[in-house]
Design a protein around this ligand. Sequence first.
Ligand code: NAP
Length: 422
Amino acid sequence: MPLFKVAIVGAGPAGYFAAQALHNQQNEDRTFAIDMIERLPTPWGLVRSGVAPDHPKIKTVSKVFEKIAADPNFRLFANIEIGSEISVAQLKEKYDAVVIATGSHLGKSLGIPGEELPGSLSAADFVPWYNSHPDYVDVKVPLDCDTAVVIGAGNVAMDVARMLALEPSELDPTDTADHAIDAFKASAVRDVYISARRGPEHAAFTSPELRELPKLEHTNVVINKADIDAAIVRAGAEPEKEVKSNLDAMLLIAESQKSEHERTMRFLFQHTPKQILGTDRVEGVVYSTPSGDVTIKCGLVITAIGYQAAGIDGVPFENGKVVNIDGRVNENLYVVGWAKRGPSGVIGTNKSDAAAVVELMISDLKTPKAAGDISQLLTHQVVVDQSAWQKINEAEVAAGEPKGKPRVKSVKRDELLKLGLS
Ligand code: NAP
């Protein structure tokens, strides 16, 4: 039976769902041997270093990933970076097809004065910092101020605002990095603004996330009811289902505001950031609003206004994405997930996206021609394979047990390698 060899670069949700789609397409005419290659010593991508730690349910999708990885025709090559020592061209020679699934992890910038000041950072740095990503442990997050501003009206902005406005002991039973829990416990931040440049009817939040906010036990969540009333009028008699659901959720918050807590998360709409003030560090944000300029004094600004993909040598990039048509890049090179379509959609969106690209790939694959695999390209690299990853995984989970946490993640590459390879 023809066996096609496929390399998937990137072990995040899009990569695993591409592997799953390949498994699902096996029949008497074809089987697939899948090698998944990952730059970090650990797989799972955003499920490990992006999803908010106070949302553990979203992370249960990792069980699906591990089931995919248990297939005898699946191999993990983690701790291997493609594009530097091993090129995409070399992979293309070895495999019948190569799938880029590297996501987009660079934060977009506002392009306004003051954005470079200490105390102004991107969610693309803040989120992996609190999620123990080894490359972001040293990110400077000044929490010695009473007010923080989060710019953007999407789910990442909401995750970031919630992490800043939570009572930090709520993070004790989570897998938040210890260095971040310590910093949040010492934090002076009590007021967190989350600012949207357009009205509530255009917010990119999703309603399940909005509906969770009133459940915060130690945080006042404040939305101005007049903002929502005006948005309902602007949205008209028959708003789209998602818009209506969002406005209903926001109205509920606006009508049942709490004020008894020390910590507050406050929504601002129709606030377009114009300038970040400060000399040695952030001191405030100037917004233009329908009623003129408004300044919010703050010592920390986090922008959560979208992501773009980082380039990989040998892969065409444009506008923060891999250049592709429906996932085809060029001969035997494909792309899935955020690197393909940009940073949109929830984790599950990657499933149908990857399945569609795999269908195209199968229509291109005629007879197997693969001449080897990545193991012939490795020289001095230290590989974390599936069994080494399982050792890391088990050690992290075991370290969490006595503390009542799902896991304690190691934050250093050499520690991770020691756990996996000793
Ligand atoms: P997003 O949903 O695209 O939201 C980006 C936000 O940034 C929008 O409100 C946008 O406003 C705003 N923005 C863009 N440029 C701006 C500028 N120059 N000035 C001010 N605001 C600006 O992106 P995201 O929050 O990064 O999320 C990415 C994807 O991951 C989304 O599909 C999201 O739902 C998903 N996600 C899901 C979860 C979850 O399910 N729990 C958690 C996190 C992320 P405009 O609309 O005005 O452009």
